[in-house]
Design a protein around this ligand. Structure first.
Ligand SMILES: [Mg+2]
Length: 306
């Protein structure tokens, strides 16, 4: 028995009940609808239930306004892919620019013409569905053009088994851009994306031995997999990456680590034991990354596991 896929879910956020009503009445035929009457309400609904496929977001609301709701959603890796359309009476170009820079997909001003609103919603939902599908199939991260986490997970298993079989070390480096949330907050998400691309391009140019893999692990996290590389070799590459990113001198006005965009790195290398899972290597690098951050960021940290 085949079942129809569920209709896309739209969350309508507005503090004026009649605004919600007009939109809901016109969308209910084609979509599942959820509503929220305030910013807090919206964040609670999103945190506690299925993620919406699209959010129609009023700007002017008491307490947490629409801009702030957008900022928070875009700052969380869990919610940052949800397309947001601002629906607002603020009709100045500067408001629109501000909203789009926060990462919103689109900006519709009230009073609106319903057929246009519906057409735009349909287009954005279609784009979201296509992007979701391509990302689930692809090995390449859409923003940076380097391999994605899916590809990394797959290669980690391949290389782990190979290292196990041949009793050779497997090296790994986990990388985090320092204070990236603050970078997005003060430079805007558009600039944040440019920064991610620049950092990824530098990684890709630096990690160039055959067999090595650099991937975007998620958000501002990257990971590098280095077959047949001991702790010393792993550390050398980690130090080189740290130095090169700092030398790019991408201005970062809100970082405690530096005036420039910098990275923290945790590295590890081990020879896999029989029956040992690859998560041992990931966990080790992750805890080394945590140490690097605790020590003040803009540094590489790791030690020999013997
Ligand atoms: Mg309002």
């Amino acid at each position: 028995m085949t079942r129809e896929p569920p209709k896309p879910l739209i969350l309508i956020v507005d503090d004026t009940p009649t605004n919600i009503q007009v939109l809901a009445e016109n969308l209910i035929k084609d979509y599942r609808i959820k509503v929220a009457a305030s910013g807090e309400d919206a964040l609670r609904v999103i945190a506690s239930q299925d993620l919406p496929d699209l959010i129609l977001l009023d700007v002017m609301m008491p307490d947490i306004d629409g801009y702030e709701v957008c900022r928070r959603l875009k700052n969380s890796p869990h919610t940052n892919a949800i397309p947001i359309i601002f629906v607002t009476a603020l009709n100045e170009a500067a408001n629109e620019e501000f909203g789009l820079n926060l990462g919103a997909m689109d900006y519709i001003t009230k009073p609106f013409y319903l057929p246009v609103v519906k057409a735009r919603i349909r287009n954005h939902i279609r784009l979201k569905q296509t992007t979701d599908m391509l990302e689930s199939m692809a090995w390449i991260d859409g923003l940076t053009g380097i391999p994605n986490r899916r590809r990394f997970d797959q290669m980690l298993e391949v290389e782990w088994k190979r290292a196990q079989r041949n009793r050779l070390p497997l090296g790994i480096i986990m990388v985090d851009i320092d204070h990236f949330k603050e970078y997005n907050d003060c430079h805007g998400h558009g600039e944040g994306d440019v920064c991610l691309k620049q950092v990824a391009a530098m990684f890709a140019a630096t990690v160039n031995r055959p067999g090595d893999l650099v991937a975007r692990y998620g958000g501002e996290e990257f990971v590098i997999l280095m077959p047949e590389t001991d702790t010393d070799g792993t550390r050398q590459l980690a130090d080189q990456l740290r130095h090169r990113i700092e030398s790019m001198q991408i201005p970062h006005t809100h970082s405690s680590a530096s005036r420039w965009v910098t990275i923290s790195l945790g590295y590890a290398s081990l020879i896999p034991q029989a029956n040992q899972a690859s998560s041992a290597l990931l966990d080790e690098a992750d805890s080394m990354l945590y140490q690097a951050k605790s020590l003040g960021r803009n540094r590489a940290f790791g030690y020999c596991l013997g």
